[in-house]
Structures are given as C-alpha cells and as structure tokens.
Design a protein around this ligand. Structure first.
Ligand code: HEM
Length: 231
C-alpha cells in the first residue's frame, strides 16, 4: 500500500473539478470568477447541510425512547454541532454579499430554472426542524423523550436548569431554531440586495415568497417556556 497523501484522502482533484461555471470562459474574467464564487458558496453550503442532516437524524435517534441520560448527552453533542454549523452557514451568506450585483446580473441567465428552493438537503433540514407545512419530526421525539422521563414540556420549562440534561436538550433545540431563523433572515436580506423585487430563478415571486417563509422553529417550546415565567 502506498503512502496516503492529503490530496488523495480528500479527493482534491475531483473536488476542485466540480466548480464548473456556465458563463462562457471567454467572458470577462471578473464575471467568471464571480460565478465561481457563487458556485463555491452553494456547494460548501450543501456539504455542511450533508453533515447537518446526518447529525440531526442521529440526535433524533438518540432521543427515541428508551433513552437514558447517556443517550440524551449524545443527542446534545449532535445538536450543539448543528447549532455551530448553522452559524457558519449564516456567515457564508454574509460572504456572498461581496458578489458584485453587475456581475451577478451577467451570469444569472445561465442559471436557467436552477434555484436553492430545490435543495433536497435544505428541505430535509426544514422537515426535521419543522415549518409551516409540517410539524418538526425532531420535536416529536423530544416530546417523547420528555414523557419517557416522566415529565411534560410544562414541567420541564417550570423546572428550568433543575431538569438537568433534558433542559439542556431544550436549550440546544432553541439554539438551532434561532440559527435557522438567522440564516433565513440573512438569505432574505441578501436576496433583496441581489434581485430587488424580481422573480426568483425557481419561479417564485422572490423576496415576498422568502419573507413568508421566515419561520422560527419549535413554537410550542417557545410558548410554554414563556408561559412558565408568568406568575
Ligand atoms: C446571491 C445569492 C443568492 C440569491 C440571489 C438567492 C436567491 C433566492 C431566491 C430568489 C429564492 C426564492 C426561490 C426562487 O428562486 O424563486 C431562493 C430560495 C432559496 N435559496 Fe437562495 N439565493 C442566494 C444564495 C443562496 C445560498 C448560498 C443558498 C445555500 C444553499 C441558498 C439556498 C436557498 C434555499 C434553501 C431557498 C429556499 C428557502 C425557503 O424555502 O425558505 N440560496 N434563493
């Protein structure tokens, strides 16, 4: 067996061959580079979404009753990692604000009908966290875990830190929920800057469509937590 190199291990040749711009290479170099920048931002987002999908699925599995304290601790590890990755994805959107709009306008026609709204991995994350159309599958197992430990969400919120590991699961969920919301708001702001009130390449109204889809996951947990503070 030969020596494994960094480039072999990470499949660098394949990885770096995947940023194929659609604008003809004869176009202005700055425009070609702007499209490469756009592709890299989307591809790296998809790579991180691959990790998030797997981590959230594992977190949900760890919460499935019967779940002991060790399982709950493990779910927290997965959840906290997702929370941190979401912060990174938010940062990546801010980086994209450095895409000059005049260059974007030049390569945008080459995107055809391709759009982030078709991202299967983002949809998987939204299903796990819940949106307007579907309740969160992750929250459902969280409720089951709380019940398995002889509590209700109300008890949990009332006890706060006294509920120990379950309290920390709840906090980790809320952190992810807020990270998701931050991403949606940043994406909305970026889109508004880049396309104004024009339609999206995916055929939606664009900014209006996105604004309606900015939701905060785990509304029940938020509500019950708030009520637990009332005297
Ligand atoms: C210049 C940058 C970007 C622009 C102008 C933009 C524009 C848009 C628009 C207009 C939509 C509405 C759907 C449609 O196309 O009709 C959309 C949806 C979406 N885009 Fe982007 N986008 C950008 C960057 C990104 C990045 C980096 C990602 C990361 C993968 C992303 C992921 C998504 C997702 C997941 C949706 C659906 C959102 C939802 O369901 O609420 N976008 N984008």
């Amino acid at each position: 067996m030969g020596t494994l190199t960094y480039a072999d291990y990470l499949r660098m040749e394949t990885l770096l061959s995947l940023q194929e711009t659609r604008i003809p290479p004869t176009a202005n170099r700055a425009v070609v580079l702007a499209e490469q920048f756009f592709i890299i931002a989307h591809q790296s987002c998809e790579l991180w979404l691959k990790q998030i999908g797997a981590d959230l699925t594992c977190a949900a599995e760890a919460l499935l009753p019967p779940c002991d304290v060790g399982d709950l601790e493990q779910s927290i590890e997965f959840l906290l990692r997702t929370g941190e990755i979401l912060r990174l994805l938010h940062g990546q959107l801010l980086v994209l604000e450095k895409l000059p709009i005049r260059y974007f306008a030049e390569f945008r026609p080459y995107l055809g009908t391709a759009s982030g709204v078709q991202s299967a991995q983002f949809r998987q994350m939204s299903r796990l966290l819940g949106d307007d159309e579907s309740p969160s599958s992750l929250y459902k197992v969280f409720e089951a875990a709380v019940e398995y430990h002889g509590m209700s969400i109300e008890d949990l919120c009332k006890q706060g830190v006294g509920a120990g590991v379950l309290h920390r699961v709840a906090e980790a969920l809320l952190e992810i929920g807020n990270g998701y919301w931050h991403w949606k708001v940043a994406h909305l702001a970026l889109t508004s800057k880049m396309v104004g009130s024009n339609e999206g390449t995916g055929g939606t109204s664009g900014v209006d469509f996105l604004a309606r889809r900015v939701t905060l996951p785990f509304p029940t947990l938020r509500r019950v937590r708030g009520q637990s503070l009332e005297r």
